[in-house]
Design a protein around this ligand. Structure first.
Ligand code: NAD
Ligand code: AHE
Ligand code: ZN
Length: 382
């Protein structure tokens, strides 16, 4: 083992539906194959709140949440060669072991490397132990292999995307989850082509980045759906051609899927995306997709116990359901490329940062902002 334990500020999730507590925690040095990073900025994703709300079947407490961050390597464990102290990295909750023996990493069809999934889901490092302790010495669970609501984190080397030295971490942290996921759902999972049509349900950062990706792919029509009409301005700026208020803006006697397939369009859209995590919305998204070939992609994360349903006839008549994790991007190969596209001015992301805070202890305020209905991404700079 190299290095010494570091004491630092962290926000600890002690239990479901409780505010995070500001604590001094100990972050142990990285073991073999691990990297300790100084977290410079962390953006809140809806998934952190979902877990904090007790809706995640894998949720474990007490833990340190956070998984959308920009970091600088502080020290590395034995055998780590791909990053060194001082490098900028974005942690990935979808690792990439890149071993020739990993059929997932070797396949262009998926990013779902399973190398450390079981320990990650159990809130531990790959060797089954934790690097995080509270002031009493009690162990804290890791979260999604990241735990970036603390000034330091320990990551598996295979979870570290090394990015350009000039990348502003308080911006490119967004490529750690939400924005990358929306773009990748369009480009990788669905491979939307020029001239095709799209409907997007839920206009948070994920849904808006679906719109951004669809516009960049040349989609001819992009229908944006939300129950909060305040979201429509950003959707139109991102490239939406139509906006639908699915709470108060539907024609009499029609549900949203009937309004899209049989109202706004004749047969439905080529691709639809759920970016809400609500299973009734997932159904609507499937059912507004095109007879014969429509594809509906589930991005939203549903609460524990919730299940999707539709009439099998919807599939018999040619629609299909798929889903995406991190937009299908392979973390270590693809995240640096997204960052470079941003640095070259080809992929603006500043529009998603509606709120900023200074200091990890401001994370509860950032969570309040996220609940306000006006917030896309709240970035907390440490
Ligand atoms: P968000 O809370 O910022 O946005 C959700 C949007 O959905 C809001 O604008 C809200 O008004 C809208 N909405 C709520 N109910 C609706 C309804 N009935 N119909 C239409 N719109 C409705 O969330 P986000 O950060 O953009 O994340 C979106 C979802 O994606 C979450 O479920 C999150 O957990 C999930 N997610 C999944 C992945 C993945 O890899 N699959 C990655 C990131 C986020
Ligand atoms: N733990 C939950 C599922 C949570 C989930 O689906 N997470 C997404 C990423 S959300 C990012 O904001 C994901 O990548 N899932 C694939 C994986 O391997 O976790 C549950 O239902 O158990
Ligand atoms: Zn996320």
């Amino acid at each position: 083992m190299t290095g010494k334990p570091i004491k630092c500020n962290a926000m600890v999730a002690r239990g479901p539906k409780q505010p995070l507590t500001h604590e001094t925690i100990t972050v142990d040095p990285p073991k073999a194959g691990e990297v300790r990073v100084k977290v410079m900025a962390n953006a809140l994703c809806h998934t952190d709140i979902y877990t904090l709300d007790g809706l995640d079947p894998e949720g474990l407490f007490p833990c340190v949440l956070g998984h959308e961050a920009g970091c600088i390597v502080e020290s590395v464990g034995e055998g780590v060669l791909s990053v060194k102290p001082g490098d900028r990295v974005i942690p990935g909750y979808t690792p990439q072991c890149a071993k020739p023996s990993c059929i997932f990493c070797m396949s262009p069809k998926t990013n779902l490397c399973p190398a450390i999934r079981s320990t990650q889901g159990a809130g531990k490092m790959p060797d089954g132990t934790t690097r995080l302790r509270d002031e009493k010495g009690e162990e804290l669970y890791h979260f999604m292999g990241c735990s970036t609501m603390a000034e330091y984190a320990v990551l598996a080397e295979i979870s570290c995307a090394k990015i350009d030295d000039s990348a502003p971490l308080d911006k490119v942290c967004l490529f750690g989850c939400g924005v990358a996921t929306g773009l990748g759902a369009v480009w990788n999972t669905c491979k939307v082509q020029k001239g095709e049509t799209v409907a997007v349900f839920g206009l948070g950062a994920v849904g808006l980045s679906v719109i951004q990706g669809a516009k960049m792919a040349g989609a001819s029509r992009i229908i944006a759906v939300d129950i909060n009409p305040k979201k429509f301005e950003a959707a139109v700026k991102a490239g939406a051609t139509d906006c639908v208020d699915s709470l108060n803006g539907l024609p009499e006697g029609k549900n949203v899927q009937q309004h899209i397939a049989g109202g706004l369009t004749q047969w439905g859209v080529d691709y639809s995306f759920d970016c809400t995590g609500i299973v009734s919305v997932m159904r609507a998204a499937l059912e507004c997709s095109h007879r014969g070939w429509g594809v509906s992609c589930i991005i939203g994360v549903a609460a524990s116990g919730h299940e999707i349903s539709t009439r099998p006839f919807q599939l018999v008549t040619g629609r299909s359901w798929k889903g995406t994790a991190f937009g299908g991007f392979k973390t270590r190969t693809d995240v640096p490329k997204l960052v470079n596209k941003y640095l070259e001015g080809e992929l603006p992301i500043e529009q998603y940062i509606t709120h900023t805070f200074e200091g990890v202890d401001k994370t509860n305020e950032a969570i309040d902002a996220l609940h306000s209905g006006d917030c896309l991404r709240a970035v907390v700079k440490y």
